[in-house]
Design a protein around this ligand. Structure first.
Ligand code: FAD
Length: 457
């Protein structure tokens, strides 16, 4: 039986699962299909219920997995094929090139400064986040290495001003690029780390158990919902999180996308899109706490900012959570039980008027705000369907992985030896993800030992 396990997805759940198994003495392959480990937590500002700095907590764990002798971290890597059974899986992994030599790159940033093209960042582009065509996902990324945008390397960004492309020789055949400004800047630093000729690589690993930790995705609202995608000052709660973040696109200044002005009146709409076509049909558990956190932090930035939360039912399901929401109220946040039906933009100021019925008083209300935040919930990873097919495991009706029995066999799948943790199971917060990660690690370690890893049928 192999003495290794495979963890797919390296957010806080996958990282903790890997650390638990590695500390026990297991060899762990920790794969993520993006250029850095860390997942959503690495992009958050602070975390409820303690409001500790998110990356300050996660970064030490990210460095620990990267330096642990039992853990091999494989970024830009995904699962291609799985054979075998519990105790003796054989998994084929494919690693996409980052076009940068991980050993030689020191993330000095000379290539980034030289790159002539900025594009909107996938997560926070709406609130001003941009990245170059060669970039590092975030300052604390692990590995702390640049990656070249695949579209740039393939010459598809030429019409946007990129220097790569339009050359007679294909990059995969050439070792002496005469045109790429990032290559020249890197050489000037004496490093020569950019490898535009890199191709994909594959390898097979033998593992006794597999843990799926593919997490969650920020759910984008359907176009037009409460003016999203139509009015500039309507953003999602993930975009607001990036606005608050000192490491985010505005260095923590809470400003409006329309004019970059400081927002003095901000509203949140909870359960935005819930129950609508293309909206999230379930409760995501964390959004009420996220709104309270964001209102508290907004007040900490500037106590004069008015904060208003439109909600239906409030969820405070964890230890200390109700006190946390009370703190938001004590700091002056108004909670209105209402489902807004209308958002109108004022052409001159770009302010937004929200109209709704206050469910408790029955009165029609109209509130004008400078920035509107939609709490849109947590959606499953958009790569779950493909992964489920490859592993032969079931998804639930929403696209999260299905537990064999939610009560008696949680974290187990329909395939013995394949387990789940964190957002792969459904909407979840960080502390629950970490708890599940410990349990899943133990189950994967025991995988293949008769009658030990799986609960009774
Ligand atoms: C705006 C916002 C604010 C939040 N604030 C808080 C908070 O204050 N406190 C709190 O407790 N929780 C908060 N949460 C929830 C928190 O983000 C999640 O609980 C946590 O990220 C779950 O961790 P995870 O590792 O399961 O998933 P993720 O963080 O999503 O990590 C999953 C990883 O898997 C990788 N992956 C996905 N699919 C594949 C694949 N097929 N192959 C390989 N890799 C893959 C992804 O690239 C990612 O790195 C917030 C969420 C949002 C959206």
């Amino acid at each position: 039986m192999s003495d290794a396990i495979l963890v797919i997805g390296a957010g806080v759940a996958g990282i903790n699962c890997a650390l638990n198994a590695a500390r026990y003495g297991m060899k762990v392959f920790l794969v993520d299909d993006t250029p850095s480990i860390g997942g959503m937590m690495a992009r958050l500002d602070k975390t409820f219920p303690t409001n500790d700095c998110s990356i300050c907590i996660e970064a030490p764990q990210m460095y620990e997995v990267d330096n642990h002798p039992n853990i091999e971290v494989l970024t830009n890597t995904s699962v291609k094929k799985v054979r075998g059974a519990a105790g003796e899986f054989e998994v084929k992994l494919a690693t996409q090139p980052r076009y940068v030599d991980e050993e030689a790159c020191t993330a000095c940033g000379a290539c980034v400064a030289a790159c002539p093209v900025s594009v909107p960042d996938e997560l926070d582009g709406k609130v001003g986040g941009t990245r170059k065509l060669i970039s590092i996902p975030f300052p604390q990324a692990v590995p702390n290495v640049m990656a070249v945008d695949t579209a740039c390397r393939q010459g598809k960004m030429r019409e946007h001003g990129a220097c790569v492309g339009g050359c007679a020789v294909d990059c995969s055949q050439c070792r002496e690029c005469p045109i790429a400004l990032c290559v020249q800047a890197c050489r000037k630093e004496g490093k020569d780390a950019i490898r535009l000729w890199q191709g994909p690589a594959s390898r097979s690993v033998a593992v006794r158990g597999i843990v799926v930790a593919t997490g969650i995705r920020d759910a984008r609202p359907p176009a037009g919902l409460y003016g999203y995608g139509v009015h500039q000052n309507v953003i999602t709660y993930t975009q607001f999180e990036r606005l608050m973040n000192a490491g985010g696109p505005t260095a923590g200044r809470i400003v409006r996308p329309s004019d970059g002005a400081h927002a003095h009146r901000i509203a949140w709409i909870q359960c935005a899109g819930r129950g609508l076509a293309n909206g999230v049909p379930y409760c995501s558990k964390v959004c009420c706490m996220v709104a309270a956190k964001q209102a508290i932090i907004t007040k900490e930035h500037d106590s004069a900012v008015e904060t208003l939360v439109f909600h239906n039912e409030l969820k405070a399901y964890g230890k200390g959570f109700w006190d946390f929401q009370r703190k938001a109220r004590q700091l002056g946040t108004r909670y209105v039980r209402a489902r807004p039906y209308d958002v109108v933009e004022h052409p001159a100021t770009r302010n937004l008027t929200i109209r709704c019925e206050d469910i408790e008083s029955g009165r029609l209300l109209s509130e004008e705000v400078e920035l509107l935040v939609l709490s849109t919930g947590l959606a499953p990873s958009d790569r779950n369907e493909k992964l489920a097919r490859l592993l032969g495991i079931d998804l639930d009706e929403h696209g999260f992985f299905k537990e064999r029995d939610a009560l008696l066999a949680p974290l187990e799948t329909n395939v013995p030896g394949i387990f789940l943790c964190g957002g792969a199971t459904g909407p979840i917060d960080i502390s629950e993800s970490v708890v599940q990660a410990s349990a899943a690690a133990l189950k994967a370690i025991l995988s293949g030992r008769a009658g030990q890893a799986e609960s009774a049928p």
